[in-house]
Design a protein around this ligand. Structure first.
Ligand code: HEC
Ligand code: HEC
Length: 462
């Protein structure tokens, strides 16, 4: 059904694209105001058909049983005996990623803090930052009868950047993004006019996909995940979320190297946990292979070229890798074309690109090859005046105020928008675009009713 609508869309578009202004006008609804002038480049808001039937489905070619197992891992509610805590935000990934289907966004908002001194950002890691875990496991009897009651994290007095909100992002299509080469992202920059040009985030890949020969441990990769594009790989985000959101620490083996970047328990506000009081996961083998005893779950000995993610982290990683983009809803092809054309004309598409990305022919992460998708972002960071002042240690204030162009897909499953969840509608999100996006916001406010309605309808159809 969807595929019929979409191929019709494509057909309509090319017919219109070669047509005259007159034909375009005939295609419009209530066309007292034609959409711009006849020289407008005609661009569809949605284009490629990907035969995905339902939100939450796996990408084509995924083994159903593997996906079901991985999804169950993502949905699994874990406990203090599994290593949850001592401080954390939630008990399962799905608790914050659920809108539309497992893996979606949510209304969950996290809190961060940091400090700027002499113009340089410091995430106050020694004081438990920049993420402030919002819960503890509460009082419990720890190892050897220890009476434990981990303290709740508070914002330390030295913070100058306060109580910043971060909304949970949707994960639909994340594996397609993970498969992209750096150049698929960096090439976007050159096409942007200087005033709107995005910044490429290059970052260290702390946990590569063990099966992707193009990703290396601690190698440089272009950041693409998170509101600030601060994380380069989905494997890393999986381990990172496990320790930071749930307090479960893990160790991994990458091509014979032991990875300890996610192996240490959170210390509430930077204060070491009392002995036996980090959680109730059995202490791991007393430091064998250099793995700290506090690590909740491990692969173990990496010698001999072992290449393996810890098993829960691997389940999250597999689930997100194979989670398909949310399918679009049906849309009148004329609205799709009018909406896309307007979106392009007023400059939204300078950052929210209206073009398809294509996965490599043999993606290292096992998603389908040569697969087109349209996330409507350049994966670059921009200052559009929404910046929250949170960054990595050593960042300038300008850097902390850049945010990744938010992908604009699956929007009809969302109820909150922007990195801090401060917008409750697409229009409200547009209204906060300033600085590099000033011109497009002003142009949006000046649209005639027909163009405005078509653009919003097109956006809501995805
Ligand atoms: C307490 C809520 C919460 C929980 C639980 C949670 N997340 Fe998230 N997730 C977030 C927030 C907030 C963001 C945005 C982070 C940012 O960039 O600041 C996010 C972003 C992500 C992203 C980046 C997606 C993108 O396109 O940028 C991935 C991947 C992710 N989470 C995976 C996971 C996994 C795996 C788990 C379970 C181990 C998990 N999350 C648990 C709140 C949560
Ligand atoms: C200069 C680049 C740029 C331009 C131009 C631009 N945007 Fe954005 N857009 C962004 C960035 C960056 C964000 C993320 C901001 C944040 O969360 O703080 C964003 C976020 C959004 C969001 C929220 C999505 C979400 O997941 O929460 C919507 C909706 C949106 N833009 C629509 C538009 C529309 C419509 C236009 C044209 C009127 C436009 N944008 C022009 C860069 C741009």
């Amino acid at each position: 059904m969807n595929s019929v609508i979409r191929s019709k869309t494509r057909h309509q578009a090319s017919a219109l694209a070669v047509g005259s202004g007159l034909i375009i006008a005939l295609g419009l609804i209530g066309c007292a105001d034609a959409p711009g002038d006849e020289n407008d480049e005609l661009v569809e808001f949605a284009s490629t058909e990907q035969s995905i039937t339902a939100v939450g489905d796996a990408l084509p070619g995924t083994v159903a049983a593997d996906f079901a197992e991985a999804k169950a891992g993502f949905e699994s509610q874990e406990e203090i005996t599994d290593g949850v805590g001592p401080v954390m935000n939630e008990f399962a990934c799905v608790n914050c990623h659920s809108q539309g289907a497992t893996g979606g966004a949510s209304t969950a908002i996290e809190r961060r803090y940091g400090r700027v001194s002499n113009g340089v950002f410091n995430g106050l890691a020694n004081r438990g930052g920049s993420l402030r875990q919002l819960k503890t496991v509460g009082p419990f009897t720890g190892l050897n009868g220890a009476r434990c009651n981990p303290p709740l994290e508070v914002e330390p007095p030295e913070a100058t950047v306060h109580n910043v909100g971060r909304l949970a992002t949707p994960l639909f299509g994340a594996g397609l993004i993970d498969s992209l080469s750096d150049s698929a992202i960096t090439s976007n920059q050159a096409n942007q006019p200087t005033g709107q040009r995005g910044t490429i985030v290059r970052t260290t890949n702390l946990l590569p996909n063990p099966n992707d020969p193009n990703q290396t441990l601690n190698g440089s990769r272009v950041g693409r995940f998170g509101w600030k594009a601060g994380v380069a790989s989905l494997a890393q985000f999986s381990a990172d979320a496990y320790i930071n959101e749930m307090g479960i620490s893990t160790q991994h083996c990458i091509r014979g190297n032991s990875v300890l970047a996610f192996a240490r328990e959170s210390r509430p506000n930077g204060v070491a946990n009392a002995p036996g009081c980090d959680d109730l996961a059995p202490p791991n083998g007393g430091g064998a292979f250099g793995i700290p005893a506090e690590t909740d779950d491990v692969v173990g000995d990496c010698r001999g070229g072992v290449n393996e993610l810890q098993d829960d982290v691997n389940l999250f990683f597999v689930f997100m890798t194979h989670l398909a983009p949310a399918p679009r809803t049906a849309i009148d092809p004329n609205i799709n074309l009018q909406g896309g054309t307007v979106f392009n004309r007023i400059g939204c598409a300078t950052c929210h690109l209206l073009r398809d990305y294509v996965t490599p022919s043999r993606p290292g992460n096992g998603v389908p090859g040569n697969f087109s998708f349209r996330p409507r972002t350049d994966f670059l960071v921009h200052d559009i005046g929404t910046g929250d002042g949170i960054g990595n240690d050593g960042d300038s204030v300008a850097t902390t105020n850049r945010v990744r162009t938010a992908p604009l897909w699956g929007l009809h499953h969302r109820t909150l928008f922007l990195h801090d969840g401060s917008a409750n509608s697409i229009e409200a999100a547009i209204a906060r675009h300033r600085n590099q996006a000033d011109g497009s916001r002003i142009a949006f406010n000046n649209l005639n009713a027909s163009d405005r309605a078509a653009m919003l309808a097109a956006m809501r159809s995805d």
